[in-house]
Design a protein around this ligand. Sequence first.
Ligand SMILES: *[C@@H]1O[C@H](CO)[C@@H](O)[C@H](O)[C@H]1NC(C)=O
Ligand SMILES: *[C@@H]1O[C@H](CO)[C@@H](O)[C@H](O)[C@H]1NC(C)=O
Ligand SMILES: *[C@@H]1O[C@H](CO)[C@@H](O)[C@H](O)[C@H]1NC(C)=O
Length: 374
Amino acid sequence: MANSMPCVALFLLLVGVAAPAVFAVTEGLLPNGNFAQRPDKSGMKGVVVTGRNAIPSWEISGFVEYIEPGHKEEDMILTLPEGASAVRLGNDATIRQLINVTRKTYYSVTFVAARSCAQAEKLNVSVDPEFGVLPIQTVYTSTGWDSYSWAFKARHTTVTLSIHNTGVEEDPACGPLIIAVAIKTLYPPYRTKGNMLRNGDFEQGPYIFPDTPWGVLVPPILEDVHSPLPGWNIMSDTKVVKYVDAPHHKVPRGERAVELVAGRECALLQEVPTVAGWSYRLSFSVGDAANGCVGSLAVEAYAARESLKVRYESLGTGGSKPAVLEFTAIANTTRVVFQSSDHLLKSDATLCGPVLDDVKLVGVRKPAPRRLRL
Ligand SMILES: *[C@@H]1O[C@H](CO)[C@@H](O)[C@H](O)[C@H]1NC(C)=O
Ligand SMILES: *[C@@H]1O[C@H](CO)[C@@H](O)[C@H](O)[C@H]1NC(C)=O
Ligand SMILES: *[C@@H]1O[C@H](CO)[C@@H](O)[C@H](O)[C@H]1NC(C)=O
């Protein structure tokens, strides 16, 4: 018995370390996150889901339809990817799921969705008390299917993730289709000695489904809301930046980068503490993601009173070049801003733009010391 105390202590220590991996999600599809487990017939009326708990692992409310693989409907303007099942969130429809998480930890949620009617559709994604209203309006792929991301900070060990269609249309079935929902733990990166920016290489970001070649959209984020792209804020009315991965794109460095797909309608920015009067050097790479974005691309960078337009002639086959912007801080925080100069279209008429990666900010020199008065 005398030996049991250290054992218990060790056990708790191990459990404490291992708990997030064992009991809470870290990365991947949510239980029945691809809706492959179909609802019970008794909980359905045609394609309409009538039972609150009919879809395994999910709870629903409002007008929800369940679409089986291969299902064809004359009013459906898009086709489901091979083998995929979908839920269609009609009027005031919500799907929700309880998930086990680790308190005070940041998570990103990625879901694959498409709009099914012509309306400007929106989804309210929430984990109480946080929410984000994501515009499902602009389509960024030729198939109509896009991956969207959102992030939250867990306040409890069990939270409810809800996805709600706030719209009410004449046709109650009108609303976005969802085919997959996944989650990923975010480890917000810190500033390092070699880089005053957080996550300047964009290696931390939302989950990307391995079988989706179209990246993940990071929607505009209100200030003081958590970003699925830690450190960075996206400012726009309805437009996004696209988060791209090395398995499906050329990225200048590492595994991830961002593609600025919305021209001047969207800005990517980060605020950094600086010292007014000191000089800084902002370096970054501009390129193309090898996704067929051909033409004269340009990234504009802004910091303090300086700006720089970096042109990049793209053949759409991948490549990048470095750029540097030097500036003198005029305040104790400096906003570093990136934007694509233009809208560009690929041959399939979807939006594309320059890729940005490897963003670094360093102080280059202090102001000359004042002479001492003698
Ligand atoms: C969440 O945790 C509870 C108890 O800790 C467990 O019963 C349940 O199966 C877990 N849910 C998931 C989806 O892992
Ligand atoms: C989004 O959903 C959350 C949680 O249900 C709610 O508190 C919030 O008011 C909703 N926001 C909008 C704009 O619908
Ligand atoms: C930064 O400057 C603002 C206004 O000039 C001031 O209110 C604030 O206290 C300063 N913050 C720091 C950390 O020095």
